[in-house]
Design a protein around this ligand. Structure first.
Ligand SMILES: *[C@@H]1O[C@H](CO)[C@@H](O)[C@H](O)[C@H]1NC(C)=O
Ligand SMILES: *[C@@H]1O[C@H](CO)[C@@H](O)[C@H](O)[C@H]1NC(C)=O
Ligand SMILES: *[C@@H]1O[C@H](CO)[C@@H](O)[C@H](O)[C@H]1NC(C)=O
Ligand SMILES: *[C@@H]1O[C@H](CO)[C@@H](O)[C@H](O)[C@H]1NC(C)=O
Ligand SMILES: *[C@@H]1O[C@H](CO)[C@@H](O)[C@H](O)[C@H]1NC(C)=O
Ligand SMILES: *[C@@H]1O[C@H](CO)[C@@H](O)[C@H](O)[C@H]1NC(C)=O
Length: 317
């Protein structure tokens, strides 16, 4: 038994568990909600509908002269009425009540295999908020996030019976989400390979621990941990790039209409720790392989000298 073989096994176990958590975070409401890829704060989405004191509903009516203009101003009037006319003066109230009035959630978070949504508690503008999850979608492999559809359905069902074109929804947002979905499909396969290889390397590492000094086992384990490391590393890189582009694109196109995207930093941290641990594990197997070779050489030379000696002693007899 070689206790140093337990180091890579321990690394692979932690990497395996972290990767499983990264896979299943957010699979039911409230479970590791902070470990999301991205959060969208939609608490002020649609604020363009709400007249501000300086540019009241008349300005929007004049800019769009037709019946659409009067539709929007009456809509604004309805929203204003429905939240007791205080919207226009207090920004904090917009963030707090607008989403509810429109029938949407205050936040949406993207996880690896599903999406969750809910409201901010105690309210969207409070200093120390926590996310109150109302529901999560069913988990599916290669989940495709369709924010446009989700929002449109909710707006349609919502109190004011709106659709996204009423709030000047830019198509660039779903375009960037679609690009991210495609990249995430490839990531899903790599993630499976990374997790699978880490899992097998745990078992193979335990075998190597029992059968000490086997160079073949050390070599096989090095291969498994290297496959896992490479797959998890590429996964982490893709997720980092996708997250960055995604958040940037949504903030660039969506801030005007009141949608804000935040990176899921905690999620990134665990997706980077996993390949780092697998790298450490593969280094230890390289070390084990070299030690194994030295020992085997020593054993050979000991055997050789032993047989020589025994021949010699036999010949003397
Ligand atoms: C505003 O509310 C009134 C009455 O509640 C309704 O008749 C009207 O259709 C509403 N307008 C819009 C644009 O929803
Ligand atoms: C979460 O939201 C539900 C429904 O909106 C509410 O009943 C519950 O009190 C909220 N929980 C917290 C911790 O705010
Ligand atoms: C959500 O966005 C609004 C508008 O920018 C902001 O006032 C609020 O603080 C944000 N809430 C959270 C929890 O990030
Ligand atoms: C939001 O919550 C904070 C803390 O509970 C409170 O001080 C603030 O007045 C609330 N804001 C609104 C608009 O209700
Ligand atoms: C989720 O799955 C359950 C049963 O597995 C099903 O009844 C439900 O309709 C599904 N929900 C969605 C949004 O697909
Ligand atoms: C949204 O509503 C407008 C007018 O209210 C309509 O012209 C448009 O086709 C609708 N879009 C969708 C996607 O339903």
């Amino acid at each position: 038994m070689r206790f140093s073989a337990l180091i890579p096994v321990a690394c692979a176990m932690v990497a395996f568990v972290l990767s499983m958590l990264a896979l299943f975070a957010g699979n039911k409401p409230g479970f590791m909600e902070d470990y999301n890829i991205m959060t969208l704060n939609t608490s002020t989405l649609g604020h363009v509908l709400v007249p501000t004191p300086t540019s009241s509903s008349s300005s929007s009516a004049s800019s769009t002269s037709s019946s659409l203009g009067s539709f929007i101003s009456s809509l604004a009037q309805n929203i204003t009425n429905s939240i007791e006319g205080e919207l226009a003066s207090i920004e904090g109230d917009i963030a707090d009540k607008l989403a509810q009035t429109l029938g949407i959630s205050q936040w949406y978070s993207l996880h690896f295999m599903d999406m969750c949504q809910g409201s901010y508690a105690p309210n969207a503008t409070a200093k120390h908020v926590h996310k109150n999850t109302t529901e999560c979608s069913n988990q599916t492999a290669m989940y495709h996030f369709n924010l446009t559809q989700t929002l449109n359905d909710q707006l349609h069902r919502g109190g004011l019976n709106l659709n996204l074109s009423d709030i000047n929804w830019p198509s660039e947002i779903q375009d960037s989400i679609d690009a991210a979905n495609t990249a995430m499909d490839a990531t899903f396969i790599l993630f499976m390979i990374g997790i699978g290889a880490a899992g097998v390397s745990i078992l193979a590492g335990l075998v190597a621990f029992l059968v000490s000094g086997s160079r073949l086992l050390a070599f096989g384990n090095w291969g498994l941990t290297t496959i896992s490391f490479t797959a998890l590393l590429i996964t982490a890189i893709i997720l980092t790039v996708v997250q960055g582009k995604f958040v940037h694109a949504i903030n660039k196109n969506g801030n005007d209409i009141g949608i804000y995207a935040y990176r899921g930093t905690k999620y990134l941290i665990i997706t980077w720790i996993a390949p780092a641990l697998m790298f450490l594990a593969s280094l230890v197997w390289v070390f084990e392989f070299c030690i194994g070779r030295k020992q085997q050489k020593r054993e050979y030379t000991e055997k050789a000298s032993y047989t020589k000696r025994s021949k010699w002693s036999r010949s003397r007899i």
